[in-house]
Design a protein around this ligand. Structure first.
Ligand SMILES: CC(C)(COP(=O)(O)OP(=O)(O)OC[C@H]1O[C@@H](n2cnc3c(N)ncnc32)[C@H](O)[C@@H]1OP(=O)(O)O)[C@@H](O)C(=O)NCCC(=O)NCCS
Length: 332
């Protein structure tokens, strides 16, 4: 799917927030659990530490502070929201949805609320969907959360996956704006590659020996990731007539520094325009892009007029990009 935003209706991000659990887990700590080392993890992934949720913490507990911060920045309360989407593969439970739980905790009594599953690309799918709802006039103010507690579904004896992931959530408020915000989206999926990153036994398909833990073919996912990060970004930029040199802030999915470096070089984006925080949080799945966006904002890198390119990729296998002209917020 690829498409431009409407020319007569503008939708923008008017609030941003993020939250990670308190507990920091270093590479050296992981080396006490599995046969790995800080040196190997840093060299192959760029990750130095990640945050891991405490036992009583579920996704909605991470999402709530992120959502509250995003609403506060937008100058809104929960009751102003009429659409709430939570992108995740680790909801509190299969039902009720985490978005319904969150809507209740935020006091968003009039919001349509549902969860969306598109692996680590979930946040990109969710903002495209919220954009569509707002542009079509079905909703007026949306809260989109991306977050995961992947530590719950990892095989803690598998060194090839435990070193990569962390827990965290980010949230954005989408509102109408007098100026252009979102310019275009590109989303895709390749179900044939789904077997390279999957959670067998987690749904209605019966597996004889399922253990309901993440399984991954790292090399295949690496090849896929480097390919789609470049292809999707080039396609969406071409679609909205933007040159790569015009991109001020590039927010790629935070999976692995080597994957990001590869895409950045291939695309020709100067490294100072790239947002990287995977070294401190690992891959937080659906939380990755909103967490990185929130950090870019804190660092003063998102200024009105900045052209922002975001690209996610992950289980499905899925990918998704958006181009956004950063604005000074929305208008009610
Ligand atoms: C997982 C990943 C870091 C592995 O790095 P790599 O350079 O491709 O390493 P390889 O898979 O070639 O494995 C090399 C060796 O390191 C070993 N290894 C794997 N994980 C290790 C670890 N944590 N510590 C030490 N050795 C490890 C492998 O067993 C392999 O050993 P072998 O040669 O004896 O079989 C890399 O493939 C990757 O990042 N893939 C993408 C994963 C991803 O982003 N998933 C989420 C997408 S949303």
């Amino acid at each position: 799917m690829i498409g431009n935003g409407r020319e007569d209706v503008h939708v923008t991000i008017s609030g941003l927030g993020a939250h990670v659990p308190e507990r920091v887990v270093t590479n050296d700590e992981l080396a006490q659990l599995v046969d790995t080392s800080d040196e190997w993890i840093v060299e192959r992934t760029g990750i130095r530490e990640r945050r891991i949720a405490a036992e009583p913490e579920a996704l909605s507990d991470l999402a709530l502070p992120a959502a509250e911060r995003a609403l506060e920045q937008a100058g809104l309360g929960g009751g102003d929201i009429d659409l709430l989407i939570v992108a995740t593969v680790t909801p509190d439970m299969m039902f009720p949805s985490t978005s319904a739980i969150l809507a209740d905790r935020l006091g968003a009594a009039d919001a349509a609320a549902y969860d969306l599953s598109a692996g680590c690309t979930g946040f990109m799918y969710a903002i495209a969907q919220a954009y569509g709802m707002l542009a079509a006039g079905l909703a007026s103010r949306a809260l989109v959360v991306g977050g995961d507690v992947l530590s719950r579904i990892l095989d803690w004896s598998d060194r090839s996956t435990v070193v990569l992931f962390g827990d965290g959530a980010g949230a954005v408020v989408l509102e109408h704006s007098p100026e252009a915000g979102f310019l275009a989206f590109e989303l895709g999926a390749d179900g044939a590659g789904g077997k390279h990153l999957w959670l067998p036994g987690s749904g209605s398909r019966v597996f004889a020996d399922a253990d309901r833990l993440v399984k991954m073919n790292g090399r295949e996912v690496f090849k896929f990731a480097t390919r789609v990060l470049v292809q999707s970004a080039e396609a969406v930029l071409e679609r909205c007539g933007v040159e790569i040199g015009d991109v001020d802030v590039y927010v790629p999915h935070q999976a692995n520094v080597r994957i990001i470096d590869h895409a950045t070089k291939k695309l020709g984006i100067p490294s100072e325009r790239v947002v990287i925080n995977v070294d401190r949080y690992g891959n937080t799945s659906s939380g990755s892009i909103p967490l990185a966006l929130a950090e870019a904002q804190e660092e003063g890198r998102l200024r009105p007029g900045s052209l922002v390119l975001m690209t996610g990729m992950g289980a499905g296998l899925t990918w998704g990009s958006a181009v956004l002209r950063w604005t000074d917020g929305g208008t009610a």
